[in-house]
Design a protein around this ligand. Sequence first.
Ligand code: 5RP
Length: 221
Amino acid sequence: MDPAQHQDQFKKQAAEAALSQVEGGVIGVGTGSTVNHFIDYLATIKGRIDGAVSSSEASSARLAEHGIPVLDLNASGDLSLYVDGADESNKALQLIKGGGGALTREKIVAAASERFVCIADESKLVSVLGDFPLPVEVIPMARSYVARELVKLGGNPVWREGFTTDNGNLILDVHGLQIMEPMKLEQGINNLAGVVTVGIFALRPADLLILGSASGPRTVT
Ligand code: 5RP
């Protein structure tokens, strides 16, 4: 097996392990290749849940293909559980998310959920966030202004050209950051005019991290 296949096996392992966290009702479902495995596993127990609130059009389509009802967060109220992947996690379960561009809806569903279970392969656990370019969703007219402000914060923003988010906005991927104070940087970038969402999930971190690895799934709390 090549490294990419191993990584996918580990993602699958974490996704399967997360099934034990599902207690019923309506659950929040994130976005990405790890979550795609989770949705496929969720389908095997779909009779136990009332439906899912999804963080992207892609996940909604996959849930619907499996016959899992996709519900509107405005109608469902708060959720007991949210399951999503991450691009990086530190030991405090503060995350970088948004590699797939779904960060805004992911942050909303995470905020509306009592528990956030993050699923990933073990390569996602890092000591300092920032090797993965930090996604920032911006209103189109603010792209250059926000990019200049991100340079002042020490980053090197790169426009994800040709990509539009599910909300009709753009993404800047910020390279070269070593995020020593994730909460402070999350607040700072949130405060820039024109920023919709920054992909640091530190003010609302995950509650449980399930990592797939060569020695089986392990949890970090
Ligand atoms: C999408 C995300 C994903 O959770 C993140 O990119 C991880 O993706 P994958 O499971 O494919 O590695 O934040 O916006």
